[in-house]
Design a protein around this ligand. Structure first.
Ligand code: ADP
Length: 262
C-alpha cells in the first residue's frame, strides 16, 4: 500500500496532473478527456455553467466520489507523479494530503474547538498542549481566531454561515494538507462573508495549492491565477486567468463570458 506521496526533488511545479481523464455516473459521461496541470502554490479556478462537470472533475482529485457505487473513471490523475487511481493507493492518506471544502458549510454538531481537534486526534495528536496550539494556529490561519477565541467551547452551529465556512477551512488546514479543493465555497454566503473567504483563499495559496470550482466569472477573475473553462463535460479552454477572461480563444468561452450561455 502506498501511503506517502513524496515531493520529489524535480523541477516540476505541477502538483497534480489530470491525463486523458473520463468520469461516468453509470452510463452518463460527466467529464470527457480532461487534461489539466495544477501548479504548486497557485489558485486554479474551474469555471463553467451549471452541470458542465466542474464538481465531478474536482471531486475526482481526491477520490471522494469513490463513495458512489455508480461512479467510474478512465485515465489518470497524477499526484506527485503517482496515479491516485492506482489500486495500491491508500485513499485515507490521499484525502489527508488533498483536503476538501464544500459548498455548504458543514461543521460537526460539537464545539468550535472540537471541530478542529477531532481531525487532529484522528491523525494521532493527543497531547493537550499540542492540540490547543494546532487548533489556535488553524483558526488564525483561517482568519477566525479573533472572532472566536473566547468562545471555543461554544457550539459551532451558533456561528454565522461565513464563520462556519471559515471553521471548515480551519478544520481542513489543521491536518496540513498540500492541496485544498474548494467546491463553490461561497455560493451559500452573503457578499461580505464571500469577500472574507476570497481574501482568505488568496492568503492560503502561499502555503497550499488551491483548486476552486466556481460558476462566477467575477470570483475567478478576483482570486485565480489560472482558469479551466468547461462546457458539457469537456475542457474548452484553459490558461492564465487574465488572458482567458480578456482574450478568450474559443467561441463557447466567449459566449459564456458575454452571458450568452450560462
Ligand atoms: P457542475 O459542478 O458543473 O454543476 P457536476 O459535475 O455536478 O457539474 O455534474 C456533471 C453532470 O453529472 C451533470 O449532468 C449532473 O447531472 C451529473 N451528476 C452529478 N452528480 C451525479 C450523481 N451523483 N449521479 C448521477 N449524475 C450526476
Amino acid at each position: 500500500m502506498v501511503n506517502t506521496f513524496e515531493r520529489k526533488d524535480t523541477t516540476s511545479e505541477y502538483v497534480l496532473e489530470v491525463r486523458n481523464f473520463n468520469a461516468y455516473y453509470g452510463e452518463k459521461l460527466a467529464v470527457r478527456d480532461a487534461n489539466v496541470r495544477i501548479e504548486k502554490n497557485k489558485i486554479t479556478a474551474i469555471m463553467g455553467p451549471s452541470g458542465c462537470g466542474k464538481s465531478t472533475l474536482l471531486r475526482s482529485m481526491n477520490r471522494i466520489n469513490d463513495l458512489l457505487p455508480e461512479f467510474k473513471v478512465q485515465g489518470e490523475i497524477l499526484f506527485h507523479d503517482k496515479n491516485i487511481y492506482d489500486p495500491e493507493i491508500d485513499v485515507y492518506v490521499l484525502r489527508r494530503r488533498i483536503g476538501m471544502v464544500f459548498q455548504k458549510p458543514t461543521p460537526f454538531p460539537m464545539s468550535i474547538f472540537e471541530n478542529i481537534a477531532y481531525g487532529l486526534r484522528l491523525i494521532g495528536i493527543t497531547d493537550k498542549k499540542e492540540l490547543k496550539d494546532r487548533v489556535k494556529q488553524a483558526l488564525e490561519m483561517s482568519a477566525l481566531w479573533d472572532e472566536v477565541k473566547d468562545d471555543l467551547e461554544k457550539s459551532a452551529l451558533k456561528l454565522s454561515g461565513g464563520q462556519q465556512q471559515r471553521l471548515c477551512i480551519a478544520r481542513t488546514i489543521a491536518i496540513e494538507p498540500e492541496v485544498i479543493l474548494f467546491d463553490e465555497p461561497t455560493s451559500a454566503l452573503d457578499p461580505v462573508a464571500t469577500q472574507k473567504i476570497e481574501s482568505l483563499i488568496e492568503d492560503l495559496a502561499e502555503k497550499f495549492t488551491i483548486v476552486i470550482v466556481t460558476h462566477n466569472i467575477g470570483q475567478a477573475s478576483r482570486i485565480s491565477d489560472y482558469t479551466v473553462f468547461m462546457y458539457r463535460g469537456e475542457i474548452i479552454e484553459q490558461g492564465p486567468t487574465s488572458k482567458l477572461l480578456t482574450n478568450p480563444q474559443n467561441e463557447i468561452t466567449q459566449q459564456f463570458l458575454s452571458g450568452k450561455i450560462g
